[in-house]
Design a protein around this ligand. Structure first.
Ligand code: PEP
Ligand code: MN
Length: 344
């Protein structure tokens, strides 16, 4: 259930509602908007009628049941949408589309710095780079680990671009938090609940990739773990799912981008690199993702894709990235935002 407070409800009235929610056996989560405050009551063992009775409490506008299994993630909690801040970069809720770019894996100082400078000058707003790599084969390059984290921190110092990198294990969370601005949960770990619970306690934003075989509901429930555990700064990322198609590495599901935005207030970005596995499809699918309302893109770029230690076939070189950036409508086009506010 969510309790919508009236515009201008007092702190005392909000506190009273929180107290009553707790007394009824639920957890209370507060979302303070510019105009109004929403208090969500979550939990399964509370006394529902006591929540319904809050309708009559001072300062309360209305009490609404959230039908979906995910609660805090639901757009009903924050109809206007959420902006997640990563360093100085704002993602979501009608902000210009944020392009995150960089190599699949950090391979060397030169490779990373060359890429970081190139993507920055082309207009990327954040830098990506894998330090701990989830590889299908144990014989493939597994990432440079700590060394890569230091290089990412150096690239950020030089370019000013906030950095996102993947965390695969709860053991690495502290080390990565010290050096990165945002932590990525990779597709293979979307339902690693121990990792999600741990990331719920950090004060860094999380980029949550959709699992290759996850439904939209499972993806949103994974995000719910982060929010209910205390981390409201979550960006969802559609990166393609497994289908019967074999010509492409994955099938990027752009309907899921539009749907996730309809169902949730969280920002949603798209990853056409992993979503297709093909360099030639990155520019067209980036444009398509923006057209359906994506709040950002994450793109793999390598100075020499032919020599990349991971994901070369789906990496743009620096010039291809620059050329694509010139064509992208980063100020969202009208069609992308038309559905907001309930427009059909
Ligand atoms: C990546 O971003 O390099 C990566 C491994 O992504 P995913 O988890 O989507 O496969
Ligand atoms: Mn990759």
């Amino acid at each position: 259930m969510i309790v919508n407070m009236k515009d201008g409800a007092t702190e005392e009235q909000i506190e009273h509602v929180i107290e009553r929610i707790r007394e009824a056996g639920y957890q209370a989560h507060i979302t303070r908007g510019v105009e109004r405050t929403i208090v969500a009551a979550v939990g399964s063992n509370g006394r529902r009628h006591e929540l319904e009775a809050l309708q009559a409490a001072p300062g309360v506008d209305n009490v609404v049941a959230i039908a979906q299994p995910y609660k805090l993630v639901s757009r009903q909690v924050r109809p206007g949408g959420t902006v997640v801040k990563v360093g100085g970069v704002r993602i979501g809720n009608g902000e210009p589309v944020v392009v995150i770019a960089g190599p699949c894996s950090v391979e060397s100082r030169e490779q990373l710095l060359t890429t970081a400078r190139a993507v920055k000058s082309a207009g990327a707003r954040m830098l990506r780079g894998g330090a701990y790599k989830p590889r299908t084969s144990p014989y493939d390059f597994q990432g440079l680990g700590q060394e890569a984290l230091d290089l990412l921190a150096e690239a950020r110092r030089e370019t000013g671009l906030p950095v996102v990198t993947e965390v695969m294990s709860t053991e690495d969370v502290d080390t990565i938090c010290e050096r990165a601005d945002m932590l990525q949960v990779g597709a293979r770990n979307m339902q690693n609940f121990a990792l999600l619970r741990r990331l719920a306690t950090i004060d860094k934003p999380v980029l949550l990739k959709r699992g290759p075989s996850a439904t939209v509901k499972e993806w949103l429930l994974a995000a719910e773990y982060l929010l209910t555990g205390g981390n409201p700064n979550v960006v969802l990322c559609e990166r393609g799912i497994k289908t019967f198609e074999t010509e492409m590495r994955n099938t990027i599901d752009l309907a899921a981008v539009a749907l996730a935005k309809e169902l949730s207030h969280l920002p949603v970005i798209a990853d056409p690199s992993h979503g297709t596995g093909r360099r030639s499809l990155i520019a067209p699918l980036s444009k398509a993702a923006i057209a359906v309302g994506a709040d950002g893109l994450i793109i793999e770029v390598h100075p020499n894709p032919e020599r990349a230690l991971s994901d070369g076939p789906q990496s743009l070189d620096c010039r291809e990235f620059q050329a694509m950036m010139r064509e992208l409508p980063l100020q969202k086009c009208a069609v992308a935002v038309a559905w907001r506010g309930g427009a059909s």
